[in-house]
Design a protein around this ligand. Structure first.
Ligand code: ZN
Length: 167
């Protein structure tokens, strides 16, 4: 069964507000979850996704930018630099965008899908996606971080475009 993206009004929305549990061993079930998340992210034309967004409270995130797919298990930010505001959408809160302050550069450590340790030095949009997705692992949403005056509702005909900046 394919996974589905959980939105704030769905019955599984509780996962969006919980602190997700670390992943222990990489099991076939976990690999299946990762595969299904990739499919769900692409289908939604998103650029990032975290496991709580498919109702699974585990520390797994992904980001896809310029045809490069990053999958991180138990990710953590070990360094942040700079600060910038940028527009973000969220696949779990369809139809809104908000201006969210983020570090402009982050170094993220985690494991890849084979359980090997990886370190990613990200800046700009990729850094923003990682911060957005790691927030999801801690139950934090863009509406928690944005100045409320910057939250905008997007008309349905513009939502496809917004999806391409959402995670
Ligand atoms: Zn999101």
């Amino acid at each position: 069964m394919a996974v589905e993206i959980v939105t704030l009004d769905s019955p599984k929305a509780g996962a969006l507000r919980r602190r997700a549990k670390p992943v222990g061993k990489i099991t076939p079930d976990l690999e299946k979850l990762v595969d299904e998340m990739v499919v769900a992210m692409k289908a939604a034309q998103g650029i990032g996704l975290a496991a709580p967004q498919v109702g699974v409270s585990r520390r797994v995130i992904m980001a896809e930018l310029e045809d490069q797919l990053h999958i991180l298990i138990n990710p953590r930010i070990v360094k942040r630099e700079g600060n910038e505001l940028g527009n973000e959408g969220c696949l779990s809160i369809p139809g809104i965008v908000a201006e969210v302050p983020r570090a402009s550069r982050v170094i993220v450590k985690g494991k890849n899908r084979r359980g090997k340790g990886v370190v990613i030095d990200a800046s700009g949009l990729l850094a923003r996606i990682f911060q957005h997705e790691i927030d999801h692992l801690n139950g934090i949403l863009i509406t928690d971080r944005a100045d409320p005056s910057t939250i905008r509702i997007i008309p349905p005909d513009e939502r496809i475009e917004v999806a391409s900046t959402s995670g």
